[in-house]
Structure formats: C-alpha cells, structure tokens
Design a protein around this ligand. Structure first.
Ligand SMILES: Nc1ncnc2c1ncn2[C@@H]1O[C@H](COP(=O)(O)OP(=O)(O)OP(=O)(O)O)[C@@H](O)[C@H]1O
Length: 374
C-alpha cells in the first residue's frame, strides 16, 4: 500500500502535449519531490495522480491498484496546496474535522435528515462523535496546534494556517500525501521551520509523500529522492546527493545547486585523465572518461580552492581576476573571470579573515576528480 507508479503517462491539453512518457516508481513511505521550473508539468503530474485530471494515455497505480477509473475521492490521496484553502469562518478544529464529518454523515446516510450545515460547521453547537474528536485532537497534536484548536483560521499566522491544511489532509489517513508548493506563501524563515515540521511528521507517520516545488534547496533538504522535470519530461531521478554529484545534463547541474559550466574540447586522454581545452592557454584535466569531444566541464563552487603562495600541488590551476566578492556570513563567494569564463568560487570565512578585493588577481586549483565532464 502507498506506493505510486506512473507508466508512460502522457497528458495533452487541446492537442498540446504537456506531459510525455512520465515513468515514476515511488516507494511506500518515500518522500519524493517533483522539481522543475515553472510550467514544466509538476502540478499536472500531481493532478493526474489525484484524479483531478485524466491522463491522455499511460497508467497510474496507487498501492499496486490501477486508479484510472476512480474518482478523486476514491483514490485516497490527501492534498495540500500553496493557498491553504481553509474555511475562514470556522475554527481550527472544525476545519480539520470537516471531511471526517462528511464521510461519517454519508456513511450513516444522515445528510438529508440533519442537513450538513447545522451538524458540521460549529463545534460549539455540535457534539462530535468521540472517534472524530480523538482523531482531530491527535492530529492537532502532531502539527502542534492543540493550543489553537478553537481559534478561527483567519486569526492564525501563515505557518499555522499551513499546518491546519496539513492536519486536514492527514486526518483522513490518506495512502498518499500530495503537496503542491505548500511553502511558497511563507517567508524565508518560516519556510525553513516548516520544512523541518513537514519532514518530521512525514517520518513519524511514514506516509508516502509527493512534494511539488521549483525550489531546489527545498527539494534537496526534504526529499529522499527527487525527479527533475523540464518541458513535460523527467530528466533524472535520484537522491539529493546523486543529483548534486552526478547531474546527467548541464541543465540539472545548474538547476540543482550552483555550477560552473565551462564548454571545451577534449585534446588528450591519458593516465585515466581527460584533458579539455577551455581557452587559448587554458587546459583542464578531469577524471571523467568520455568518448565525446565537445564537452562541458562542470565544477561546483566549493570545489575550487584559492591557492596561496605555499600550496601549488593541484593538477588544475587557473589565474583570474575577482569581479565581485560577496560576504555571506560563513562563506565568501567570489565571481572570477578566467580567460573569458565567469567562475563562481565559495570559500569558508573565519572571523578576522581578509576578504579579497574586487579587481585583484587570484589563483585557483581544482582536483580532476572534482571536474565532471558532460
Ligand atoms: N487546464 C489547462 N489547460 C491548458 N493548459 C494547461 C492547463 N493546465 C496546465 N496547462 C499547461 O501545462 C503546462 C504545465 O503546467 P503545470 O501547472 O503542470 O506546470 P508546473 O510545473 O506545475 O508550473 P508552476 O510551477 O508554474 O505551477 C503549462 O504550459 C500550462 O500552461
């Protein structure tokens, strides 16, 4: 139960293909992120899984069961959106109890008899069944909102409202939790706190979670695995460390973290090293073996080392000029020009260190193992 499998999923809108050949195998209990730029098809993928869109072709299985013909309600997916979509005139408890109530009324065929509205809209007037009360209180504890249960949702902060939305999805005990950019409306600090909250709850409940985001840092810090999407296709699936250290394309190298991407031509292959010409004078050696001649050398900013007088033991050295120096607290980022290429270098900053001047010369080194050729 709880796994999600997409096979050759395709979606057209009025003849325009927005998803093509999507294959995904999301394991039970996994925290899986769909990451990609705006318009690449993340939300459409999610909506196909939830049943709000019908796929043009391909299959979707949840818990090993083909769900193509099932309505969204029958798919047992909980959804959390960027806009919290709460009922502002109801308190937190009532918002979270809402769907449980409907389910119970339907089950007992009480809709007509009592009317939905009197029964479920105000916990001050209504006596909830014990089971519903317990479930709601339990989930409010998980999201740390027990103390706010009887506040109107309009009286809550953004982060608290998003936790109500999360509680409302989780209280239904869904097989799969689908979250579409749930943190986008929060300020930076709150977003960081909410990342941890969501990850903690996901781990405790072990609920299969699919999380849509265009923010690579968010995906990297929360997900077990990430699918990087572009133009309706999946380019690569992997753990955060896989994607960071072995991006398959320059797009991924650039989208997942920051990369220096330097085009060049292979001029020699010897002793396990590939030599690439990247400028008139400048060569770079890489430990990547490749048969291609036109390549892109990918170097992460933290893998470039500033070389002082005493340290000359790099296979690769470059001399350049500092264009900008940006002090970022624990690091200093230098933008450097080397033979017409703009490189970014991250160096750790310890208090008392001198920050190098813009316009000054700098010497850099990088190990061949840290130069990836794509
Ligand atoms: N109902 C629709 N009718 C027509 N085109 C649509 C519809 N829904 C989405 N699209 C198109 O499908 C493409 C993918 O949209 P989708 O919302 O899935 O992207 P996304 O990656 O989630 O983007 P964002 O991060 O901006 O939300 C876009 O080009 C969009 O314009």
């Amino acid at each position: 139960m709880g796994s999600v499998e997409l096979k050759q999923l395709k979606k057209d809108f009025s003849g325009v293909t927005v998803l093509q050949n999507i294959d995904l195998d999301i394991k039970e209990g996994e925290f899986f992120a769909l990451l990609g730029p705006s318009g690449c098809g993340k939300t459409t993928t999610m909506r196909c899984i939830a049943g709000f869109e019908t796929a043009t072709s391909g299959t979707i299985e949840i818990g090993g069961k083909d769900v193509a013909k099932l309505s969204p309600n029958a798919r047992n997916c909980g959804m959390v959106f960027q806009s919290y979509a709460l009922f502002p005139h109801m308190n937190v408890f009532d918002n979270v109890a809402y769907s449980l109530n409907i389910k119970e009324l339907k089950k007992n065929n009480l809709f007509k008899k009592f009317g939905v509205y009197t029964r479920m809209l105000n916990s001050k007037l209504v006596k909830y069944p014990k089971e519903i009360k317990e479930k709601v209180n339990n989930i409010l504890e998980y999201v740390e909102l027990s103390d706010h249960a009887y506040k109107l949702t309009s009286e809550l902060s953004g982060g608290q409202q998003q936790r109500v939305a999360l509680a409302r999805a989780l209280v239904m005990e869904p097989e799969v939790l689908l979250m579409d950019e749930p943190l986008s409306n929060l300020d930076l600090k709150l977003r960081h706190t909410m990342r941890n909250t969501i990850r903690r709850i996901q781990q405790e409940l072990k609920i299969t979670t699919i999380f849509v985001t265009h923010d690579q840092e968010e995906a990297m810090s929360m997900a077990d695995r990430i699918a990087v999407m572009k133009d309706g296709e999946i380019l690569q699936v992997g753990t955060p460390t896989d994607l960071y250290s072995n991006p398959k394309t320059p797009f991924i190298a650039d989208f997942v973290g920051t990369s220096n991407i330097i085009p060049g031509t292979v001029v020699a292959r010897e002793n396990g090293l590939t030599t690439v010409r990247i400028g008139e004078q400048q060569m770079i050696k890489s430990a990547t073996q490749t048969e291609q001649d036109d390549v892109k050398a990918i170097i992460r900013p933290e893998n470039l080392t500033v070389i002082g007088e005493e340290n000359e033991s790099f296979d690769n050295t470059f001399e350049g000029e500092i264009l900008f120096a940006t002090y970022l607290g624990s690091t200093v980022r230098y933008d450097i020009e080397v033979e017409g290429h703009k490189l970014v270098v991250d160096t750790t900053y310890e208090s008392g260190n001198q920050i190098r001047q813009e316009g000054s010369k700098i010497k850099l080194g990088v190990l061949p193992e840290r130069v990836l050729l794509i």
